[in-house]
Design a protein around this ligand. Structure first.
Ligand code: NAD
Length: 377
């Protein structure tokens, strides 16, 4: 049995996670996936119910689970709540407690949505990148940090970029392992030309590659060049691994190549445990969208694509993950759209669907594609 925790959270969270749960149910009915979901509270809803955005009970469930699927947290209702108890604090605590050090952000362009990108179709066609960002170290956490007043009355702001061998190796290992499940190419990005931490990063990644991952093609790129290459020729990349700061920027840049917030999944992974399993939280990159929450118009596909990531990365269910992604592709190719991805000109041949109809349409598409997939296998 594969035990997962569903944390729908706030705003549109329950709506999109509800559709993802339908998809999980379909896989349990049609394949040997044996995924057993259990519900938990997080965010503002949890604060209202338990006085905390992440209760010990939910955290305990998450620790024991094989994977977690999260919707989104936050909303104006909790704007005046103390920072430590805000909905977002629940999510940060979950990431910290599970030591989720590797953040995976895929940027995939679906043919049917190619016009949603601000780049020319020929530049982004077929784009399928995975950015692995180190999430718990680097300049956002390094000491010393702070703002101090100097003797002459002016002020100095300090942050410290710091990485250890262990921190670099564990995130690089994740990138190499993931590349083995994709196109076997890793680009490692830093600023080894001007930063010692970047030099160390490059040396450690190279050493790990030479020792254990010679079957994966490794190249190095300065982070500023990577920012340019993502716009010039993004298809050259398969997996990009980088630190917390550069990853923050490069992953946002890469997601915008696809042009649609409602389509982008993510995963955050922890260290591999003795039994070979690792903590993992899968979630759409968008927030709780209070402006459209409760209206049954949100796009559930980012959350559903997060389920595909869970199938692939937590459960090694590659065939099932491929099938789910193919069903999303096919539903889009047939012109089905939620409001956020409707073409601005009204979209000839496109049909606007609600959140729940998108979920139902996708399940029907899975029904239709399953025999074709089986025939190909
Ligand atoms: P947002 O991502 O919630 O919304 C930005 C815009 O995108 C809105 O217009 C929204 O309607 C639209 N949008 C987002 N997801 C969509 C979907 N699935 N389908 C269709 N349209 C969608 O960002 P925001 O407005 O800056 O933040 C709203 C709240 O979400 C805040 O409280 C913020 O703190 C929180 N937030 C949470 C997370 C998270 O849970 N991981 C991430 C970002 C923001």
């Amino acid at each position: 049995m594969r035990n997962i925790v569903l944390l729908p959270g706030d705003g549109l969270g329950p709506e999109v996670v509800g559709e993802a749960a339908k998809v999980i149910g379909w896989f349990n009915d049609n394949f040997d996936t044996k995924i057993k979901p259990e519900q938990g509270d997080i965010g503002g809803g949890s604060y209202d119910k338990h006085g905390t955005p992440l209760s010990d009970e939910t955290l305990d469930k998450c620790r024991k689970a094989d994977a977690i699927l999260l919707g989104a947290v936050g909303g104006p209702k909790w704007d005046k709540v103390d920072y430590k108890l805000r909905p977002e604090a629940g999510l940060l605590k979950l990431r910290k407690e599970l030591d989720l050090f590797a953040n995976l952000r895929p940027a995939k362009v679906f043919d049917a949505l190619i016009d949603a990108s601000t780049l020319k179709p020929e530049v982004v066609k077929g784009l399928d990148i995975l950015i692995v960002r180190e999430l718990t170290g680097g300049v956002y956490f390094g000491e010393p940090r702070g703002i101090e007043t100097l003797p002459d009355g002016t002020r100095k702001g300090v942050n410290t970029q710091v990485y250890t061998t262990a921190e670099i190796i564990r995130v690089a290992r994740v990138a190499f392992e993931l590349a083995r499940k994709r196109n076997k190419k890793v680009t490692s990005c830093e600023k080894a030309n001007v930063m010692e931490s970047g030099k160390l990063w490059r040396e450690e990644v190279t050493a790990l590659h030479d020792k254990e991952y010679k079957d994966v093609e490794l190249s190095h790129m300065y982070a500023d060049n990577c920012a340019m290459q993502l716009l010039r020729n993004p298809s050259q990349f398969d997996v990009i691994v980088t630190d917390n700061l550069f990853g923050d920027i490069l992953s946002d840049e890469a997601s915008m190549l696809t042009g649609s917030l409602g389509m982008l999944p993510s995963a955050s992974l922890g260290a591999e445990k003795a039994d070979g399993k690792r903590a993992a939280v899968y979630e759409p990159i968008h927030g709780s969208a209070p402006d459209i929450a409760g209206k049954n118009i949100a796009n559930p596909l980012a959350t559903i694509l997060s389920v595909a990531m869970m199938l692939r990365y937590s459960f090694n269910l590659f065939k099932e993950a491929d099938l789910l992604e193919a069903a999303v592709e096919s539903v889009l190719a047939k012109g089905y759209r939620t409001a956020d991805i409707m073409p601005t000109d009204g979209g000839k041949g496109c049909q606007k669907l609600s959140t729940s109809s998108m979920g139902e349409t996708l399940v029907k598409e899975l029904d239709a594609l399953k025999p074709k997939m089986a025939a190909r296998a």
